[in-house]
Design a protein around this ligand. Structure first.
Ligand code: HEM
Length: 154
């Protein structure tokens, strides 16, 4: 059982990270495009968040919490205080909260705003929200890299 939950944790963490890198690449690539292309990309990123990144982050967090409980029940409690696990859990939890409670709703809102674009102009809120999304999701990405590094190398 623990093996399966660890597998789920690794699979969904990889899907979350890969999806987020894909969203970032799309967002950066669309910067110099015209309004309709940017609107289309924003709608695609909204779907990427709601169909892949959000669910994968939720399962990654839940499976991480389940693994923590399983290790504690199996008598490996002291191991949970090791830097490897403590840094991974801390950085991973904050990254997950940023993605689920800020990244996901903002990406869906950006997709909706993009759909309401009229002619050659995107709603004024769009660029402001897009910049904030870039900053918050870069922080989440950095925390994920820290979590991966801790799990692999500490
Ligand atoms: C971005 C977030 C995360 C990343 C990149 C990540 C990465 C990993 C990796 C690579 C492993 C396998 C380590 C190994 O077997 O040597 C692992 C296992 C584990 N993770 Fe995470 N994790 C994240 C979030 C979390 C969270 C939020 C929790 C709990 C609150 C958590 C709890 C655990 C536990 C308990 C294990 C099992 C450790 C063991 O059996 O030695 N993880 N994680």
């Amino acid at each position: 059982m623990t093996g399966f939950v660890k597998f789920l944790h690794l699979l969904t963490t990889a899907a979350w990270f890969g999806g987020a890198l894909g969203a970032m690449t799309l967002a950066v690539a669309a910067r110099r495009e015209g309004t309709s292309e940017r609107a289309f990309v924003a709608a695609l990123i909204g779907r990427l968040y709601s169909r892949l990144i959000g669910p994968a982050a939720a399962v990654s967090l839940l499976s991480g919490l389940a693994l923590t409980m399983m290790l504690a029940i199996q008598g490996f409690g002291p191991m949970l205080g090791s830097p490897r696990l403590a840094v991974m859990q801390g950085a991973g939890l904050v990254a997950g909260i940023l993605v689920l409670f800020v990244g996901l709703p903002t990406a869906v809102k950006l997709g909706r705003l993009a759909a309401s674009a009229e002619g050659d102009t995107l709603p004024s809120e769009f660029d402001e929200l897009r910049k904030r999304q870039g900053i918050v999701q870069s922080v989440a990405g950095l925390l994920m890299v820290i979590a991966f590094y801790a799990a692999a190398a500490l």
